[in-house]
Design a binder for this molecule. Structure first.
Ligand SMILES: Nc1nc2c(ncn2[C@@H]2O[C@H](COP(=O)(O)OP(=O)(O)OP(=O)(O)O)[C@@H](O)[C@H]2O)c(=O)[nH]1
Ligand SMILES: [Mg+2]
Length: 355
């Protein structure tokens, strides 16, 4: 296909307008009577939330029943689950809320079925677990991804490396760190003008070796309040019903796990992988002279320090902090005496000594 500069240019503007209008449609101003953009009424609990998203009858409810004590109705017909069913997965002292959601269909983002509610619920999660039927065609995955994309969910992606700051005055200043491949100044200028952002500073930081920035990336940056960057684990269920070469191919895809809920195969591997994707760490605290308790953990993000651990225990713990003793993967010797800046690792045992 011939890529014509003028076509690219008009398409860019058109996409900018569409993104703006779509956001208005999907996310009406708060307070309006009907708000189709809101999710199901389930309050967040635990240390993280995983949303099970998929077409009907792929085995989402079966999976929930396997990994939590919650029973969500399972049946051979489509749309068995009609609302969001929360369950709690206990993982080595952490509590993860698992949301079993109704199956979504093509066109869900436009409001088909209860699609918009389902997708809004997914938008509030820390990890999307996309449950796929291994016996179905490969297109299913792309179709679901497109539905999530349409409401501003970006799976397994980093926000684009573009700096955009609105100013009070001074006009527009657009800078490219290196010659742009897909963008030009006039195009960005017109899109920004369409968003009434007449005074702003833009810096496109295209990096060598990385995918060059596109106009879609630029629109995502303008619309950043409506975009959510979420990790996704693709889980192929029903591997009991496919050939081994096919299984082999699926299992090697990125961010992918395979299982059979029916035969109880691979389920714990899926849970372990989901835990890894969440990038959370369990820290067990220990009081002096007492064995640590491993059924209750403090949950911190990756690269968290002793300071973050202190903050999790109590806001004011830091003030009286003298040192901490650490046993585990982050310690050179057990225990190691460390300060507030020490970076902890998953399953470390920490004892905080105060003045
Ligand atoms: N062969 C096979 N069938 C399975 C497996 N897991 C679930 N099923 C069957 O698939 C059907 C649908 O399962 P559900 O758990 O209700 O599916 P769901 O994704 O929750 O469906 P909706 O709620 O309608 O969206 C049931 O008949 C299950 O017994 C599996 O690993 N292998
Ligand atoms: Mg279900």
């Amino acid at each position: 296909m011939r890529q014509n500069k003028a076509t690219e240019y008009h398409l860019g503007l058109l996409k900018g307008k569409l993104a703006r209008l779509r956001a208005q449609l999907l996310e009406p101003t708060p307070g309006s009577s009907s708000s189709p953009g809101s999710g199901f009424d389930v309050s967040k609990s635990g240390d993280a939330r995983i949303a099970l998203v998929g077409f009907p009858s792929v085995g989402k409810s079966t999976f929930l029943s396997k990994i939590t004590k919650t029973k969500s109705e399972v049946a051979a017909y489509a749309f068995t689950t009609l609302t969001a069913i929360p369950g709690v997965l206990e993982y080595g002292g952490a509590e993860i809320q698992i949301l079993d959601l109704p199956g979504i269909i093509e066109g869900a983002s436009e409001g088909k079925g209860r699609g918009r509610q389902v997708i809004s619920a997914a938008k509030t999660s820390d990890l999307v677990m996309m449950v796929l039927d291994a016996t179905k065609k490969a297109e299913q995955r792309a179709l679901l991804e497109a539905e999530l994309e349409a409401v501003g969910i970006r799976l397994n992606r980093e926000p684009p490396n573009i700096y955009l700051k609105q100013k009070k005055a001074g006009g527009m200043k657009i800078t490219f760190q290196s010659p742009p491949k897909n963008l030009d100044e006039k195009m960005l200028y017109n899109i920004l003008r369409d968003y009434k952002m007449l005074n702003c500073e833009v810096l496109v930081r295209d990096e060598n070796g990385k995918k060059p920035t596109t106009v879609d990336d630029f629109i995502d940056v303008i619309m950043k309040d409506h975009r959510k960057y979420i990790k996704c684990l693709y889980v192929y269920n029903k591997i009991d019903a496919i050939s081994l070469p096919h299984l082999d191919k699926l299992a090697r895809e990125d961010h992918t796990a395979v299982m059979s809920c029916e035969l109880d195969l691979g389920i714990m591997d899926v849970v372990d992988q989901a835990w890894n994707e969440l990038s959370l760490q369990r820290i067990y605290t220990k009081r002096k002279g007492i064995e640590p308790t491993f059924n209750e953990a403090l949950i911190v993000r990756r690269n968290a320090t002793i300071e973050d651990v202190c903050d999790q225990v109590h806001r004011s713990l830091k003030e009286g902090f003298k040192y901490a003793l650490v046993w585990g993967k982050s310690a050179v010797h057990n225990p190691q005496r460390v300060g507030l800046s020490h970076v902890v690792a998953d399953e470390d045992v920490v004892s905080i000594v105060t003045k």
